[in-house]
Structures are given as structure tokens and as C-alpha cells.
Design a protein around this ligand. Sequence first.
Ligand SMILES: NC(=O)c1ccc[n+]([C@@H]2O[C@H](COP(=O)([O-])OP(=O)(O)OC[C@H]3O[C@@H](n4cnc5c(N)ncnc54)[C@H](OP(=O)(O)O)[C@@H]3O)[C@@H](O)[C@H]2O)c1
Length: 326
Amino acid sequence: MKSISWGIMATGTIARKFAATVAGLTDTGRVLAVASRDGDRAAAFAAEHGVPRAYGDYAALAGDGDVDVVYVATPHSHHYENARLCLEHGKHVLCEKSFTVNAARAAELIALARAKGLFIMEAFWTKFLPAYGLLAKELAAGAIGEVTHFRAQYGFAPTGARYVRKFDPALAGGTLLDIGVYALGVAAMVLGYRPAALHARALPGEYGTDRFDSIMLEYANGTTAHLVTTIGTALPAEAAIFGTEGRIALPDFTALQEFTVFAGGEPRTVRAPFAANGFEYQIRETERCLRAGLTESPVMTHAQTLAVMGLMDEARAQWGLRFPGE
Ligand SMILES: NC(=O)c1ccc[n+]([C@@H]2O[C@H](COP(=O)([O-])OP(=O)(O)OC[C@H]3O[C@@H](n4cnc5c(N)ncnc54)[C@H](OP(=O)(O)O)[C@@H]3O)[C@@H](O)[C@H]2O)c1
């Protein structure tokens, strides 16, 4: 297969990181085109990141016959319509987290991709990090005995216009879809995607969306998780896994590069630093799947995306939060 040509839909924070990452990698394809709702913004982004083609509307990018796969980097409120546009134009899709606003829309996108024989994957970059591969091996080898509990916290404190955007109901704002998805996603990686029960409480912010979330997961085998996430206070992204014979500390669980095993004797730190900035792994996995003709990644499966979306639906149902159009 020829070198893979990426399109980037949107020009915000994460779109810039993605463009910079691909530009710095020598073993992947290139970003051929970028689209913004605004032509000048697209042109400025293209100039800054050395992207050959710039479009002032998303449909033009979706219609570019030379683009193989589109990275959808719009707010999660818009992922469904934007990813759908790409699929309808025959494009493969790597779609930012949260994949959509709810599980029903996620299922629709996945069904459309399957019907068209196209690849789609949630850009849950954390799951592709090598440190999580090493962690899975430690757990499977019984490094801390039987796992009994997972705990995670994460928060950040945006200011100005970004603060308003992060809470805006029209953008499916609030803590859960923005960062709660990390805590739920990693809890699921460690304990499983099918908890028997989820118990959630949230404190609403001034715009009606959730600003402080507390979620407990209960599994059929008795294991539990407690996840605390907030937009408003910069809580370090720390997590820990507890077992019958010790614990493992994950100092930066969304961007994991090392963890420390405490299980009798001296603590043991396992390190797996990023080769670039951590985004390279999901980009390589997407390209690997495209070359192999896969429509679904075995690393981040459709069922896993749907399961986490379902957990977030359940949490929002418990605190009565619906987004416009739901
Ligand atoms: N994987 C990660 O580490 C990570 C980190 C941060 C965010 N994310 C996810 O990536 C997505 C984008 O986040 P971000 O932080 O990059 O957001 P952002 O800085 O606000 O950028 C979002 C971009 O989306 C486009 N857009 C389209 N419709 C929009 C609307 N109605 N309002 C505002 N922007 C709109 C805009 O680009 P144009 O105006 O140029 O079209 C805007 O620049 C979110 O789903 C977020 O959860 C992922």
C-alpha cells in the first residue's frame, strides 16, 4: 500500500498535537489535508504544520479523493456528524474521545463503518501506550496477587473561554465526557469492560453540566473501582491498583510511562518512556490496521468503545444529565 494520507478535521488543541506528531514520525504516512470551519484558520494551520491542502469546510476534506483516513478532532458533541460525513465519503476514521455523546450514536457510526467496510476507531491514545502492555503482564503474572480494587483521580482547571467551552452543554461539555472517560477507560482495561453495577454522583457546575464526578464500579467477582474526576481543580492524574499481595502506583495514568510495584521488599519501578509524545502508538495502530485491511483494531475494539459509552450513559442517567438533541 502506498504511504497513508491523513486528513485532520478541525484546528484546535489536539488537532495541532496530532499534526506535530505525524510530522515528527518517519515511519508513518503524512498529513495531506486539514479542514476548518474557517478558511483562514485552515490555511494558517496548514502553513504552520507543513500540510499541503487546506479546506474551509469539513465536507471538502471528506470529499478529497487522495485522503485515506480522517482524524476527527472536533468537540465530542460533533463527532457523530463529522465522523458520519467522513464514512459517507468512503473515508476511514480515527475519532477522538469521547467517541460520541452516547452509546446509541456510537453504535450507529460503527454500524455504518461496518456496512461500508471502513475502519473506525476511538482515539483513546492511553490504551496504546507500551507501559500498559507491561502492566498487563505484571498483573497476569500475579505481581500483586489477586486484584481487588482500582482507584483513579484526575482534574484540571481551565480558564477564560476554554472554561466556558469545557462546560458548554451544546458541546456535550462537563467532566465525564471530557476526562471521566479516561478513568472509566483505564478502569475497564484493568478490571474489565462489564462491571455488574455503576454508582455515580455528580455536582453540577454553573452551566448545568457535571463539574465533579464520583463513580464507583462493582464487578461480579467482588472487585471495585472508585473514580474521581473534576474540571475546576488540577488533581494530578494518579491511579493505583490494589491486590491481595500489594499495590501498583500509576503516577500519570492517562499518559503512563512508568509504574511502581509495591509487593513486599523494595518497590520496583517499571519504565516504558514514549518514543515521541505518546500519540505515535495510536497513529501506528491505525496505519497497521489499514494496511492489514482491518475495519476494527483488536487493541481498541468497537465493543470496548460501546461498553465505555454505555457506562457513561448509565452515569448520566443516574444524575439526570442529558445533552441538547438527546
Ligand atoms: N486524546 C487527547 O489527549 C485529547 C486531549 C484533548 C482533547 N481531546 C478530544 O479532542 C476533541 C477536541 O478537543 P480540543 O481540546 O482539541 O478542543 P478545541 O481546542 O476546542 O478544538 C476543537 C476544534 O473543533 C472545531 N469545532 C467544530 N465545531 C466546533 C464548535 N461548535 N465549537 C468549537 N469548536 C468547534 C474547531 O476547529 P475549526 O474552527 O478550525 O473547525 C476547534 O478548533 C474533544 O472531543 C476532546 O475530548 C482529546
